[in-house]
Design a protein around this ligand. Structure first.
Ligand code: ZN
Ligand code: ZN
Length: 351
């Protein structure tokens, strides 16, 4: 049996759980999970808070920021071999034939991407189980190579928080010497800062917490704006080329659109629960645009990991044993983590 942590009913806590190993298909790679990051999506899913979009099927084994070692490759696998350090992110399958898959954006697969957990599972029926588990079996086309020079605990969050911020920054174009704003400085925001800095932008963090200023500067920001200080905000009005909005709490988007200059863009990657109220004038004056972004395709995720290897970029993590995962969820809600939890999956075996 595979040892994991699952929530077995709505409102339940994560607790030890066992399931049958998956039968392997010819293109499958079996991975011994070493670290799994904790994403906000994990918490929303186990609590069934996104029931209107994707209801949770219980038991639910979350986790889509996975790093581990390949323990077995099946007959048709060509990209990986036993012992390779690999990653698995938010997706484990798609039809691989539709126009979106063909253009390397499998996350928008017309047949629906198969997510790493709480999605229909082709192996066992039921739903997919994620990385809060000692083992995961994934089609080689959705397995990523992880640079060996990076700390695997800090690599895990790159598989979701990393690609979520990397992809929109790349899509916007060359940000060298451009003024780039990062809204929010948590799991996503701190990665946005690292990437924007690595691409040589002038990086400015917007935060409501003066206590985060020092860390933001240390991790690569050139400036920090305390967004509740209207004088400080006014000084920067109309001066940004691109703003990455990682805030998932309610916030006044119009004041940030006002920070953009001509043809500036604000891209949302955080997902506030309630609809945003947007003034048309905030976009019309200055020909500004507002867009969204969802993770990245497999090709781009590999590009991101290789970039991280070259530039020595990982997430700042607090490593925890899996027995502390419920406590970690409570702390994550209060933003009491710098800046992502990474579960040491070896702790499962100490049960
Ligand atoms: Zn995630
Ligand atoms: Zn497709």
């Amino acid at each position: 049996m595979i040892e994991a942590y699952a929530v077995t009913e709505p409102g339940g806590k994560l607790a030890p759980f066992e399931y049958e190993p998956a039968p392997l298909g010819p293109e499958d790679v079996e991975i011994d999970v070493q670290y799994c990051g904790i994403c906000h999506s994990d918490l929303h899913t186990v609590r069934d808070e996104w029931s209107s979009v994707m209801a949770t099927t219980y038991p639910c084994v979350p986790g889509h920021e996975i790093v581990g070692k390949v323990t077995k490759v099946c007959s048709a696998v060509t990209k990986f071999k036993e012992g390779d350090l690999v990653g698995v992110g938010c997706m484990v399958d798609s039809d691989q034939t539709c126009p979106h898959c063909q253009s390397d954006v499998e996350q928008f697969c017309n047949s629906g991407a198969i997510f790493t957990y709480n999605s229909p599972d082709k192996h066992l029926g039921g739903v997919t189980y994620g990385g809060y588990s000692e083992n995961i079996v994934v089609d080689e086309n959705f397995v990523l190579g992880v640079p060996e020079n990076l700390d695997p605990a800090g690599v895990a969050p790159l598989l979701c928080a990393g690609i979520t911020t990397y992809s929109p920054i790349r899509r916007w174009g060359n940000i060298k010497d451009k003024k780039v704003g990062i809204l929010g400085f948590g799991g996503l925001g701190h990665m946005g800062v690292k990437f924007a800095r690595a691409f040589d932008a002038h990086v400015v963090v917007f935060t409501t917490s003066p206590s985060k200023k020092e860390d933001a500067l240390r991790l690569g920001a050139h400036e920090v704006i305390i967004s509740t200080n209207s004088e400080e905000m006014q000084q920067h009005a109309g001066s940004f080329d691109f703003i990455l909005d990682t805030i998932s709490a309610e916030h006044d988007i119009n004041s940030y659109l006002g920070m953009l200059g001509l043809d500036g863009n604000l891209t949302l990657v955080g997902a506030p629960e309630k609809p945003l109220s947007i003034s048309a004038f905030a976009l019309i004056f200055g020909r500004k645009s507002l867009s969204g972004s969802l993770i990245g395709g497999i090709k781009e995720t590999q590009e991101m990991l290789d970039f991280c290897g070259e530039h020595n970029i990982t997430a700042d993590v607090e490593v925890i044993p899996i027995q502390k995962v419920n406590e970690a969820y409570e702390r994550m809600v209060k933003s009491d983590v710098k800046y992502r939890f990474s579960i040491d999956i070896a702790s499962l075996k100490s049960e």
